[in-house]
Design a protein around this ligand. Structure first.
Ligand code: SF4
Length: 282
């Protein structure tokens, strides 16, 4: 497959790995627990519908989530798990009208499918990276295997050992990262799982760095060079990315970007979109 064709295929796949709320029964607003915090204005148990969820499965305060203390809702993305569980796994059956056992099972498998879809996101991206060609066959196999698991029955999904599968995929993602960063001058910058909370990294040269799982909460990365950096699992809550360059940064997800701060001068990789609240000044 040519590189342009592969990119188009990946773009289509990535579009499907984004939440489509119109095709979902508001699962993230019901199935997940919330703890009152800076991200959520209320406490809520798993399986209890949020008080703001309307009967048509839309959010009643969608336009004012941040002002009302629900920043977490503007950051979250289900990677397309919501529409799969609603329309495919449970065949379009609404949790509001189904028997309680079926409803419980739906809420149980939603986070499982979300984790599998997150892996599909990484594997899809890895297959677009030319430097990872030596492991493309393994990546394709892992992608097909993960897709098979995500398409399982509710019972199969509920019984799935997700951490074990994640571990197997992670070996491949690590290898991908090494191959991609091998050609960059920053390949030796290892900040894996580093505690960089609140760090002053204005203008830092982090090109090609390994920032897997790094804690960058509220760090100042304004004007930093993050080109070609591996950002898988990095915690970017309130990280200031104003004027930072993330061109070619990989394994970055939309929720990570949504959680960070940025502006018109922030350069993002093509895989993610610029959050609306960056331009709305919220
Ligand atoms: S506030 Fe809105 S988006 Fe957030 S959980 Fe409640 S209904 Fe869903």
């Amino acid at each position: 497959m040519g590189e342009h064709t592969a990119d188009r295929t990946a773009a289509r796949a990535r579009a499907e790995l984004r939440g489509d709320c119109a095709s979902c029964f508001g699962l993230c607003c019901v199935a997940l627990p919330f703890a009152r915090s800076a991200d959520f204005a209320i406490d809520k148990d798993a399986g209890t519908p949020c008080a703001n969820l309307r009967t048509d499965h839309r959010c009643g305060i969608h336009a004012t989530l941040r002002e009302r203390g629900f920043t977490g809702c503007t950051v979250y993305d289900c990677f397309g798990a919501g529409q799969r569980v609603s329309q495919v796994t449970f065949g379009g059956g609404d949790w509001r009208t189904g028997p309680p056992e079926r409803t419980r099972r739906m809420f149980d498998v939603f986070p499982v499918v979300r984790q599998l879809h997150e892996l599909l996101w990484y594997l899809t991206e890895a297959l677009t990276l030319p430097a990872a060609r030596p492991v493309h066959a393994d990546l394709r196999e892992a992608l097909a295997g993960t897709e098979r698991l995500a398409g399982g029955t509710p019972e199969e999904l509920a019984a799935l050992d997700v951490p074990a599968h994640r571990q197997r995929v992670n070996v491949l993602l690590l290898r991908t990262s090494e191959l991609v960063r091998a050609g960059t001058r920053g390949r030796r910058k290892n900040r894996r799982n580093a505690d960089l909370m609140g760090a002053r990294l204005k203008g830092a040269d982090l090109a090609g760095a390994d920032l897997r799982g790094a804690y960058l909460i509220a760090a100042d990365l304004t004007g930093a060079d993050l080109r070609g950096a591996d950002l898988i699992g990095a915690d970017l809550r309130d990280t200031d990315l104003t004027d930072a360059d993330l061109t070619g940064a990989f394994f970055l997800t939309q929720p990570q970007v949504n959680a960070a701060r940025g502006g018109p001068g922030t350069r993002l990789p093509d895989s993610v979109s610029r959050p609306v609240h960056w331009t709305a000044g919220r």
